[in-house]
Design a protein around this ligand. Structure first.
Ligand code: SF4
Length: 88
């Protein structure tokens, strides 16, 4: 399945819990903001938003990472555009 993952750099306070939980999907940049990477690779350069092909286990890990964010800076959508997290 595909997920679209978006980090809002204005909300990110650099707590890095997303990186601790999902290091294949999030990494800190020079500005101490989390960027989205694809299975450990920043293909096409740094980005706060990426569409990733993931399996069920990877999806769960990414959602756990997003849930760990104290400022709700991470939003996750499925391939139909439905927002999976935060739930609305
Ligand atoms: S957990 Fe949230 S605040 Fe912390 S680095 Fe990740 S996106 Fe930023």
């Amino acid at each position: 399945m595909k997920l679209r993952i978006v980090v809002d750099p204005d909300l990110c306070i650099g707590a890095a819990s997303c990186v601790t939980i999902a290091p294949e999907t999030f990494q800190m940049n020079m500005e101490n903001k989390a960027e989205v990477i694809d299975h450990g690779i920043a293909d096409g350069g740094p980005s706060y938003e990426r569409v990733l092909e993931v399996n069920e286990e990877e999806k769960d890990t990414i959602i756990l990472g997003a849930q760990s964010c104290p400022t709700l800076a991470i939003t996750i959508f499925d391939e139909s555009g439905l927002q999976l997290y935060p739930t609305i």
